[in-house]
Design a protein around this ligand. Sequence first.
Ligand code: NAP
Length: 326
Amino acid sequence: MSQYIADPKRYESVRYRRCGRSGLRLPPVSLGLWHNFGGVHSFENSRAMLRRAFDLGVTHIDLANNYGPPAGSAEETFGRVLKLDLAPYRDELIISTKAGYDMWPGPYGEWGSRKYLLASLDQSLKRMGLEYVDIFYSHRPDPGTPIEETMSALDSAVRSGKALYVGISNYNVDQTRAAIEALDAPCLIHQMRYSMFKREPEEGLLQLLEDAGVGGIAFSPLAQGLLTDRYLAGIPADSRVMTDGRFLKAGDVDEGRLAKVRALGQIAAARGQTLAQMAIAWLLRQPAMTSTIIGASKVEQLEQNVTAAANLSFAPEELARIEEIL
Ligand SMILES: NC(=O)c1ccc[n+]([C@@H]2O[C@H](COP(=O)([O-])OP(=O)(O)OC[C@H]3O[C@@H](n4cnc5c(N)ncnc54)[C@H](OP(=O)(O)O)[C@@H]3O)[C@@H](O)[C@H]2O)c1
């Protein structure tokens, strides 16, 4: 690929959103590297998506220690693209990573101990070739470690200069409340599974985040591709179900879901959006939500999803009809 020079117009069409009560603003659509950026994937495709994302004003890239496969390789891919293309723009980027899931053998390679979190952050920085990440997350709550220990490890990451902000992911309402209380640094952000098909955050979490001034960021906003036209005509050979199948299975593509997807697609079309765009906009209408983290296997998906923010308002009748379908 040729020498990369970022599009000078990249900031013209994006309206960045304040993350909770912090001073940090994030794009409405962020890019996650969970799938399609591992060592087993085409490096040039991963690189093309990252370059295009930045050209479209997507300043926030979401990673975790274990993204790949193999685990760690998505951070290595990102590190290569940073070195080749994005390094001159480091100060325009918000890079997040996480530790919490299984990463290396033995008792210190997962969960939420101080030992694991801080060792993992050092490994992540090395893989990405970074001196610091912008956001470091506890990827999941650990029932076997006092919350004070996990949170003090996040605080240490900030104090040592290896992370600018900290966040939590997959914490329920009570765990979130306890985490916010235990942290010295403000909790910047809460990363949760939230989509039209997965609505648990509406049961108290969104309200808590709003009250506490913590930004919400939704992962798998398209339910891993179900909330798009991807599966309407069968299961394509290049889709996540066929190419990976660990987290999204053929059994998830059932007739009940597809009927909802078709009905939602009609509402989206009447709004001048694709279903993917409407599904993202529907999340961003919640005051607690700062951003969404999409995944993509192709540049065109990314391009389509990023423009979701062009129409974020919903008429009461639209919301009622969506509710009926869901
Ligand atoms: N904190 C956590 O525990 C956690 C857990 C999961 C994810 N995450 C974060 O959230 C990010 C996004 O997760 P996700 O990849 O599941 O998100 P998603 O946006 O719900 O699903 C992305 C997948 O949907 C398909 N797709 C996307 N846009 C499309 C479009 N316009 N038309 C048709 N198909 C489209 C693609 O699948 P195909 O491969 O079929 O093309 C794409 O890979 C991850 O990368 C990660 O950063 C965090």
